[in-house]
Design a protein around this ligand. Structure first.
Ligand code: PLP
Length: 446
């Protein structure tokens, strides 16, 4: 018999990124079902998922093609060791990933979450340099305000204090380059000009450190967990040139921005730049199952190719690597892009979001409204333009208001943002904007 919410002992669960004590005051949202853009709780209340459930549910909830693909695969083979054995969905997904990413990326290595993909890319770059006899290249350059996940390596190349500070003593040293984050540009300065100025700071760091740097890692176009800070594609172009000049790998972490989120299939397309390693995850299975992949070039792969694994092989594995069910979900997800002109249809939603942006711009407590494709972010500030102290936790008020009005909006600090499923319609976006606006009013009231 199906159990109900009331039967369950909630005290056994420890939720991520959560102060559990707060749930004595605010009960957890008891979600029992999903339908398109809606999450549905045990009382049949419906909430628009404005953030695609941590940015993974690209097509909302319960998308039929993905459900069917999973059901089909379950009846074939649910899992098989990915060393010594392979499986068709894993191969098919790899073929599809290779066909939609920049042409030089021809080799696919699977992992099972975004952080693990980042670990893979860092370790591959590091080992590549060992394998080709350049053992000095052991360090990484990352961006200030960047975020790449929360395992130890991923945290080491991240720079969001909230996640990183406590674990400082466990982390390896990373060289941090000033962020191209255009919120910090001078009045009147264009995104392009500011991004170029910041790229020259990267140039200096590379000039000084390239002998010992294996790779630069960054989130292309949007630093998502770092409060949805955005920058111009010209930065990627310039950093690519610099990495070529100084023989340093370039790792693009497209985990949050890949699969159409920035308006193009991958953010790197907007700069026409190919990284040496590209990490993808989140939307890869349309939000059904955990999966990640790292794509790289053939010549990098060849540097690991030798007579036996312990010689030069890449000794990194996860038990669930290449899981056939997750890969089948990935294949179905990419087929949806192919069969439905998702990117073309998103253009209308992107225009609508731009329209919504206008509604917030004149508000005296809005310091910035920024948009990259299907991401719209609104920066709440004091009337004098100063930032609110994050400890005041004003974003929580927006969140709480949203829940009373049928929307799951989960601000990052003082930043309200929309990262909706691609199946949202214009009326639903308008409703979200109305709820967010009311939430903003509540958040700034003292
Ligand atoms: C850019 C980026 N990289 C890596 C990660 C880590 O992914 P995961 O949470 O699946 O480990 C995230 C998660 O938000 C992310 O936004």
């Amino acid at each position: 018999m199906a159990s109900t919410w009331a039967d369950r002992d909630l005290s056994v669960i420890w939720h991520p990124c959560t102060q559990m004590k707060e749930h004595e005051q605010y009960p957890l949202l008891p979600i029992v079902k999903g339908e398109g853009v809606y999450l549905i709780d045990d009382q049949n209340n419906r909430y628009i998922d404005a953030i695609s459930s941590w940015w993974v549910n690209l097509f909302g909830h319960g998308r039929e093609e993905i459900r069917e693909a999973i059901k089909h695969q379950v009846d074939q083979i649910e899992h098989v060791i990915f060393a010594g054995c392979s499986n068709i969905p894993a191969i098919e997904l790899a073929e599809k990933l290779v066909s939609i990413t920049p042409s030089a990326l021809t080799r696919v290595f699977y992992a099972d979450c975004g952080s693990a993909a980042v670990e893979v890319a860092l370790k591959m770059s590091f080992q590549y340099w060992q394998n080709v006899g350049n053992a000095n290249k052991k360090k990484f350059i990352a961006l200030e305000n960047g975020y790449h996940g929360e395992t130890i390596g991923a945290l080491s190349v991240g720079d969001v204090a909230l996640y990183k500070e406590t674990f400082g003593p466990l982390l390896f040293n990373t060289i941090l380059a000033p962020s191209p984050d255009c919120y910090n540009r001078e009045a009147g300065q264009s995104w392009r000009d500011y991004s170029l100025v910041q790229a020259e700071k990267m140039a200096l760091l590379l000039e000084q450190n390239h002998h010992e740097v294996a790779a630069v890692i960054l989130e292309p176009l949007v630093q998502c967990a770092g409060n949805m800070r955005m920058y111009h594609p010209v930065y990627l172009e310039r950093v690519r040139q610099l990495c070529d000049e100084y023989q340093v790998h370039l790792i693009f972490d497209e985990i949050a921005v890949g699969f159409g989120r920035t308006g193009t299939m991958f953010a790197c397309e907007q700069a026409n730049v190919t990284p040496d390693f590209m990490c993808v995850s989140k939307g890869i299975t349309g939000g059904f199952l955990p999966l990640a992949a790292v794509l790289t070039r053939d010549d990098i792969y060849q540097a690991f190719y030798d007579d036996y694994a312990t010689l030069k092989g890449f000794l990194h594995s996860h038990s669930y690597t290449g899981n056939p069910i997750a890969c089948a979900a990935g294949v179905a997800t990419l087929d949806i892009f192919k069969n439905h002109d998702i990117l073309g249809n998103n253009q209308k939603l992107i225009k609508k979001l731009a329209n919504i942006a206008e509604q917030f711009k004149e508000h005296p407590n809005v310091g910035d409204v920024r948009q990259t494709g299907m991401i719209l972010a609104i920066e709440m500030v004091k009337k004098n333009g100063e930032a609110f102290d994050w400890r005041e936790r004003r974003g929580i008020r927006v969140y709480q208001h949203g829940l009373t009005q049928g929307a799951l909006i989960r601000p990052l600090g003082n930043v309200i943002y929309f990262m909706p499923p691609y199946v949202i319609n214009e009326q639903e976006l308008e409703l979200l904007a109305k709820i967010a606006f009311e939430g903003l009013e509540k958040a700034i009231a003292d």
